[in-house]
Design a protein around this ligand. Structure first.
Ligand SMILES: Cc1ncc(COP(=O)(O)O)c(C=O)c1O
Length: 411
């Protein structure tokens, strides 16, 4: 028997605070295997994965690769990705978003999560500071802790009095000599809020002025419900790092593929880090995406990503927000993008962990406590895993209504 004391300090920190979302996913796996153990159907509104399948043109590309290029996908690819794949990603940026990106500014990897980890290793040292627009995707803090160690995380609050209201003056005050980077996600996870062109320009000006990197995670860039901001099409500024996931927009979270668009010098540093960490991204997946970009009409790709996708998800986003907004005792933040409705439970007199545990145990509805995103008093409900089964969202909200009413009665 190995004692836990034999684990590294970082591993012990990871064990002490596992990812709330990943833990809830284990429960879903258990529910799928043993539904008889549960009193009624589990309604899963916790994870950030899309329910609908990848587009048909991607399936066709993958089949073609399997049939015609099977043997040549088996070898080790270069760490940055095969040159034809990196070129295809530059073409994807140009054709879909209208952005001019040079191949030397791109590094692909095993999902944006692996690349964000590499960025933390490239930019942070123990004792340095990272500013997170907060609430923030819960994995960032865990990744910093596991990958780099004791970095000072400073949280820049972007919600004020229950609405999205990032204060630039406050951010200015937070930047110190030790600050290496500011990280934002837009549309935001967990809050579903979107930085406007003016807001992003102001943050970027400030970062440039103070000599810090600005990391912009656009995992949900195809899920803008009030039109896409112009910054997705403009060229990168020198200190900006764009973290791009293909998981959500192409509905392939299990394929583990994403890329970073950044300064070529930083790309080179990330490449050498990835040589040691992951070796290279998966080649059959690279090939399928490259074939997709080559074969599909750019207009069709653009329509899929920038019209069909936001229309489909936007409809469910506003319906879920409307349903949750009708529950007495909850105060919701209207989502402008992304997969989530974030709502305040402050009136209920319970903590977010207690709320989500009680909801899961008593009503079999899974959501994520705001505490894990740095927002106690809030809850994140994801509609993406049920985007094609809206009746289950309705049922989930009805169960929540019962639960909330019991909490209000308890006083
Ligand atoms: C903001 C944000 N970034 C990154 C990821 C993970 O992306 P990937 O699948 O590319 O690792 C997620 C997943 O939920 C996310 O919400």
């Amino acid at each position: 028997m190995i004692r836990t004391g034999w684990l590294s300090e970082r591993a012990r920190r990871a064990v002490e605070r596992p990812s709330a979302i990943r833990e809830i996913m284990s429960l879903v796996a258990d529910y799928k295997r043993h539904p008889e153990k549960y009193p009624r159907r589990l309604i899963y509104m916790a994870g950030g994965w899309p329910q609908d399948p990848p587009p048909e043109f991607l399936r066709e590309a993958l089949v073609e690769v399997a049939e015609r290029e099977f043997a040549s996908t088996a070898g080790y690819p270069p760490t940055r990705g095969d040159p034809e794949f990196v070129d295809a990603l530059a073409a994807y940026e140009r054709e879909v978003f209208g952005r001019t990106v040079e191949s030397e500014e791109i590094l692909s990897g095993l999902g944006s999560t692996a690349l964000t980890g590499a960025l933390f290793l490239a930019l942070l040292d123990e004792g340095s500071e990272l500013i997170l627009a907060s609430p923030a995707y819960l994995n960032y803090e865990r990744q910093v802790s596991v990958e780099v160690g004791r970095v000072r995380i400073r949280r820049w609050p972007i919600l004020r009095e229950g609405r999205f209201d990032p204060d630039l003056e406050e951010l200015k005050e937070m930047v110190t000599e030790n600050t290496r980077a500011i990280l934002i996600s837009t549309p935001g996870n967990p809050d579903g809020q979107v930085f406007s062109d003016e807001q992003l320009r102001a943050v970027s000006d400030l970062a440039e002025d103070r000599g810090v990197w600005l990391l912009i995670d656009v995992a949900y860039r195809a899920f803008h419900y009030d039109g896409s901001p112009r910054y997705l099409s403009r060229e990168r500024r020198d200190h900006e790092v764009w973290i791009c996931s293909l998981s959500k927009e192409l509905r392939i979270p299990g394929w583990r593929v994403g890329y970073v668009y950044a300064d070529p010098g930083l790309i080179r540093a990330l490449e050498t880090i990835e040589q040691a960490r992951t070796l290279a991204p998966c080649r059959p997946i690279q090939r399928a995406i490259a074939r997709m970009v080559e074969s599909v009409d750019p207009g069709e790709l653009r329509r899929y990503l920038l019209e069909y996708t936001p229309r489909k998800y936007g409809k469910v986003a506003s319906y879920t927000a409307e349903l949750l907004g009708s529950v007495e005792g909850l105060r919701i933040l209207e989502p402008a993008g992304g997969f989530y409705v974030f709502f305040s439970i402050e009136e209920l007199g319970v903590g977010s962990k207690e709320f989500s545990d009680g909801l899961l145990r008593g009503y079999q509805v899974a959501v994520v406590p705001g505490r894990d995103f740095g927002a106690e008093g809030w809850i994140r409900a994801s509609f993406a895993p049920l985007v094609e089964e809206v009746e289950l969202i309705e049922e989930g909200v009805e169960r929540m209504r019962e639960y909330v009413s019991s909490l209000l009665q308890r006083g």
